[in-house]
Design a protein. Structure first.
Length: 422
RNA sequence: GGAGAGUUGGCAGAGUGGUCGAUUGCGGCGGUCUUGAAAACCGUUGUACCGAGAGGUACCGGGGGUUCGAAUCCCUCACUCUCCGCCA
């Protein structure tokens, strides 16, 4: 959520920034500024009436104490008119607040200066390409065929027991999952991220904190009996650790990681894009989350990119990094880099990681702040990234490391799998 | 699931209708003393918002109510703890 003060002060810059997302925010911002002014006027008036009422109440108390009951009764009548005005002002203030919040919820984050304008994924820029390529002297098979042949993943069994998008992993397929999770967590640990095992369901407040609610409600599974939501990513519980927190000084750099299954209802996709492991309702992911002083955000994002690069290099995969254009950058993000690995068999790039900086957008909703040197509190910056999401990594490993002898496990992973080939 | 007790400032813990944003202790910060530290003593120490400022408003788990006036009374919801039951 954007800060109202920023809208007041930097209206033109926000309008320019949001143009990169193909959004003309002029009307919304004008409405916000107008409503904010009305709100402040009403609020000032309300507070002065409240002050007067407080004063009268004290005087009445004093009169009773001195035994001047009749004077006190007379003073009481004075308050009724003021109270009526107070009540109507209270309602005004509340309705302005509600309208302002509603409008603020509709505005996405302002893209970073590095973000280029653009409509959709076709306008994303490739900013890095790894120097590895995968070549085959035979026709490579798609991962769903490989998985079936080696009995690694059973999609039909998932349909039977749960439904589409909930596969069973079995045998070496299950061990490969476990190996990847352990590998990713160990690498995150080496990079200084503290490991957490968070709850997999969260309450409503946490959903609001990271911005899944109120808008993207349909994306999450909702346990209505208890009003809990299944997490769509570990970002939600990990970032919400710091909801309503004021860090005591400017010396902080918080690095968290966690492995969780992720649950996404994700309606509306079908066909080849969702075949096999490409899109699931439940999948595994190791997430990294950072909470940073604004001055360190750019640096932190760079470190996250290097970290993910390192993972993909160790897995010996061909990949590239995209800087998302305005139109493709997520609602809460100011700047997002996507990692894609090449799938030789599917002849397409698969997104395996997304690293974003949210600047104050999440922190504002989370009320996550730090005390500056001047003792005033300021909003922190939050960042997060996948390091990494498993299903597409598994797809890429199976497809790109297939040999006539089977699937070759990259060296870095062998200590974790305990086998060299599938 | 049943019964009971709770929820107050960083922590502990007072406060049952007015002078309570809140006693006190611990912790934190500043100072005195000390070569330095500890102890002792003195002072200070929540958050947010409105206001140019003076100042003001709100917050004692959340929401609502009673009252001129609520941390304090009433209703409601959430959570925590204890005992019993059930259970990995």
């Amino acid at each position: 959520m954007l800060e109202i003060g920023r809208i007041r002060n930097e209206k033109e810059a926000i309008i320019e920034g949001l143009k990169k997302r193909n959004i003309d925010a002029t009307t919304t911002l004008d409405q916000l500024i107008e409503k904010d002014a009305s709100w402040r006027a009403a609020k000032t008036e309300l507070e002065s009436i409240a002050a007067e009422l407080n004063k009268l109440a004290k005087e009445i108390g004093q009169l009773f104490k001195e035994g001047k009951a009749s004077e006190a009764e007379a003073a009481k009548t004075q308050t009724s008119e003021l109270k009526a005005t107070e009540n109507s002002l209270k309602q005004d203030v509340e309705s302005f607040e509600k309208e302002i919040t509603q409008l603020l919820y509709t505005l996405p984050n302002v893209p970073n200066e590095e973000v280029k304008a653009g409509k959709n994924e076709t306008d994303n820029e490739v900013v890095f390409e790894s120097n590895r390529t995968h070549t085959f002297d035979f026709e490579p098979q798609a991962h769903w065929d490989i998985a079936k042949k080696h009995e690694l993943i059973d999609f039909e069994l998932g349909v039977k027991v749960t439904g589409a998008g909930f596969p069973f992993y079995r045998g070496k397929g299950a061990k490969l999952q476990r190996a990847l999770i352990a590998f990713f967590l160990d690498e995150a640990d080496k990079a200084g991220y503290e490991e957490f095992i968070p709850p997999l369901v969260v309450n409503e407040a946490s959903g609001y904190g990271t911005g899944q609610l109120p808008d993207k409600e349909g994306q999450m599974y909702h346990c209505t009996v208890d009003d809990f939501y299944l997490i769509p990513t570990a970002e939600v519980p990990l970032t919400n650790i710091y909801r309503d927190v004021i860090l005591p000084n400017e010396e902080f750099s918080i690095k968290l990681t966690g492995y969780t299954p992720c649950f996404r209802r994700e309606a509306g996709s079908y066909g080849k894009d969702v075949r096999g492991l490409n899109r699931l309702h439940q999948f595994d992911k190791v997430e990294i989350v950072r909470i940073e002083h604004p001055r360190n955000t750019a640096n932190a994002l760079g470190e996250m990119l290097d970290h993910v690069k390192g993972l993909l290099d160790k897995l010996e995969l061909q990949y590239r990094i995209l800087r998302l254009c305005g139109g493709d950058t997520g609602f809460a993000s100011a700047l997002t880099y996507d990692f894609e690995v090449y799938s030789a068999a599917q002849e397409k790039w698969l997104e395996v990681s997304s690293c974003s900086r949210f600047d104050t957008f999440q922190a504002n909703r989370l009320k996550l702040r730090f005390k500056g040197e001047d003792k005033k509190s300021q909003l922190c910056h939050t960042l997060n990234g996948s390091a990494l999401a498993l299903p597409r990594i598994v797809a890429a490993l199976l497809e790109n490391h297939q040999t006539p002898e089977g699937i070759r496990i990259p060296d870095a992973l062998r200590p974790y799998t305990g086998f060299d080939f599938i």
